[in-house]
Design a protein around this ligand. Structure first.
Ligand code: NAD
Ligand code: ZN
Length: 490
């Protein structure tokens, strides 16, 4: 069920999603007009809003509970009705098509007269602002609706379900298939369902080894899992990377469901279908294998150690620099630590939405997906020079972000206040923004080994402004060296 404000594109996107899935599509407004023989604007004017909402509630129920129900688009105000909200909670996966109010007004103003509640801009914006909290409360998924409808439709398919308690949906998603659970010991007890085999693994890079996946393959073989069965992977990025890779390769590919349990996992590692283990280098053996569902339960994050939370926050901060807007406001004001469940849910949803949007635009990782490497070129150099185990990945990314923003000020015209604010914000979360004591030559040579290169030269992602990344930038040896030296100065 698609919900969201006027102008978000629910009808157009809904029809595309339905076609891609071979499902039926129903539009509640169109159904109301069909049943009454009158346009929505006329019904509103004639009968008043309460009568319209009552009619809308009946139509929503009929459409959602129809035996052949597939994709349903609801009118912007339908979720104001408590009975409709209960209906959705019990019977639907709810996708919130979120559009910036200014962009929504531009779209709506282009078709005057069709929308009874869209007559002047300030009232329209106030209406959308008021409804945002309601959409947030009913949604399982937030999808950024700013792109073209085809891109938004692709993003809907790849978006994780983010909601407190969403792990309870696992048994329903597994259905009558046989399933193997591969779970980090930290969360294994919180994952419901009946499994043909349960494997508790210790989180950390050892899970992503040849021996680690051999154990998984052998267990899948012993449990006699078949192509139609499913692997459930619950844990941090190391567990979803390793179990996803085992699923990708066992019997040439089993379906899998990811239940990320770290902030890194929920905002990054479990999204986008990259799976990998480490053989001669990190992530050097892997496969693209999209999970059929990603369930992000913000409640699982409550037990995350503070240092792991902060490392994930560095990735969220990176995402916010790329996205700008509401996500950037959210991370800028974030009080260190996991926060309340509502804010945490919004943080995960908005970060996941950005990653999904970028991945949908470049599924094979040949172009724009590179922007996700903001802070990662110098960050990887620092991480490698510190020795794996010295700094957490997210901590090295914090150092790399500060360096990338400094370069952005030098060559892309980024406002210096963005750099200053980012360094202060990251430090507030206990993250390093410098890695004093490391050797600049070691960092530079590790960067030369980085795989995100072109023609033998490092290519960086930089920012012109918050929300405006540029990728493929070669800053030249001298400037790059200065950025590295600055990153290593106390
Ligand atoms: N596939 C991708 O696109 C992608 C993207 C980013 C990162 N990654 C990979 O992700 C890995 C890092 O992921 P990570 O940071 O989640 O590391 P991790 O899996 O090692 O988890 C970090 C620690 O948290 C523990 N833990 C997990 N969930 C917990 C919970 N709910 N409560 C308490 N403790 C918990 C784990 O046991 C571990 O000790 C790296 O290997 C990286 O390469 C992959
Ligand atoms: Zn990263």
């Amino acid at each position: 069920v698609l919900v969201g404000g006027m102008g978000a594109g629910k009808s157009t996107v809904g029809a595309l999603v339905a076609r891609a899935r071979g499902a039926t599509f129903a539009d509640a407004d169109a159904e109301i007009e069909r049943r009454t023989g009158a346009p929505i604007a006329e019904l509103f004017a004639r009968d008043g809003e309460p009568a319209f909402r009552a009619r809308e509630r009946d139509v929503a129920r009929d459409l959602v509970l129809a035996p052949d129900a597939g994709v349903v688009a609801l009118g912007g105000g339908a979720v104001l009705d408590p009975a409709t909200r209960e209906l959705l909670a019990a019977h639907a996966t709810v996708v919130w098509l979120d559009l910036d109010p200014a962009a929504a007004w531009t779209r709506v103003a282009a078709e005057p007269g069709l929308r009874p509640l869209a007559r002047d801009e300030s009232a329209f914006r106030a209406l959308l602002d008021g409804r945002a909290a309601v959409y947030a409360a009913v949604a399982d998924v937030l999808v950024d609706a700013a792109s073209a409808p085809v891109a938004v439709a692709a993003a809907v398919a790849g978006t994780p379900l983010v909601r407190t308690g969403i792990v309870a949906r696992l048994p329903e998603l597994v259905g009558d298939r046989r399933a193997a659970l591969v779970a980090d010991a930290a969360v294994a007890g919180r994952v419901p369902g009946d499994y043909a085999v349960r494997l508790d693994v210790a989180g950390g890079e050892t899970a992503k080894s040849v021996d680690g996946v051999r154990t998984l393959w052998e267990a899948l073989a012993a449990a006699e899992l078949e192509r139609r069965d499913v692997v459930v992977a619950a844990g941090g990025g190391t567990v979803t990377d390793a179990a996803g890779f085992a699923a990708a390769t066992f019997r040439r590919g089993l379906a899998w469901i990811a239940v990320p349990s770290t902030l890194v996992g929920q905002v990054d590692a479990a999204i986008g279908g990259k799976t990998a283990i480490n053989v001669a280098a990190k992530n050097d053996v892997g496969a693209f294998h999209l999970p059929e569902a990603v369930l992000c339960d913000p409640a699982l994050l409550a037990t995350l150690p503070a240092r792991e939370w902060a490392a994930g926050f560095a990735e969220a901060y990176k995402t916010a620099l790329l996205a700008g807007g509401r996500l950037h406001d959210l991370v800028s004001g974030w009080v260190p630590g996991p926060g309340d469940e509502g804010s945490r849910t919004e943080l995960v949803r908005r970060c996941a939405a950005l990653k999904v949007r970028v991945v949908a635009a470049d599924p094979d990782d040949r172009g724009v997906r590179a922007v996700l490497n903001l802070g990662h070129t110098i960050g990887h150099g620092v991480e490698a020079a510190a020795g794996y185990g010295g700094l957490l990945h997210g901590e090295a990314v914090a150092v790399g972000l500060a360096a990338a923003l400094w370069l952005s000020v030098e060559i892309c015209g980024l406002d210096g206040s963005v750099l200053a604010a980012a360094e202060a914000d990251l430090a507030r979360h206990g993250l390093p923004v410098r890695a004093a004591g490391l050797d600049a030559d070691a960092v530079s040579s590790a960067m030369r080994g980085d795989k995100k290169r072109s023609g033998g030269r490092p290519r960086l992602v930089l920012l012109e402004a918050v929300g405006r990344p540029v990728f493929g930038v070669d800053p030249g040896d001298a400037l790059l060296r200065r950025a590295v030296e600055r990153a290593l100065t106390a």
